[in-house]
Design a protein. Structure first.
Length: 128
């Protein structure tokens, strides 16, 4: 059985939540990006300063139905696109949660068929 995801927001109180109607397509591995500064001296010596390493989760929703599911996504995204922190539960039945923020600054549902939409977005893990 496929797992449905759960989102709760804001992260400070988790006052709002919803569980996806259909499973999300998550890339199996988190992507990593280092914020670093490289400097090569005139002698050819490399100095590297690593500020931080960020982790990202790429998510794809292929089946968002126009009914209640699209309404839930819209309500959630009104908060997420503002950059607020929220919790992502990859499996809504488990207690495992990850605090994240949304990378994109916009949200667009792509039309697939009558009453059916899809979208992709990336979440950045909050460094604690």
């Amino acid at each position: 059985m496929a797992l449905t995801a759960k989102f709760t927001w804001p992260a400070s109180t988790e006052a709002n939540n919803f569980t996806t109607a259909e499973p999300l397509n998550k890339i199996p591995f988190d992507s990593q990006k280092a914020v670093r500064y490289d400097n090569v001296s005139s002698y050819g010596i490399l100095d590297v300063i690593v500020e931080r390493v960020e982790s990202f989760i790429d998510v794809e929703a292929n089946y968002v139905f126009k009914s209640i599911d699209a309404t839930n996504w819209d309500t959630f995204m009104q908060y997420a696109v503002q950059g607020g922190a929220f919790y992502y539960y990859p499996d809504s039945a488990s207690g495992t949660k990850i605090q994240v923020t949304m990378v994109e600054k916009d949200f667009n549902l792509a039309y697939k068929a009558m009453g059916l939409y899809s979208f992709k977005f990336t979440m950045r893990k909050v460094i604690t």
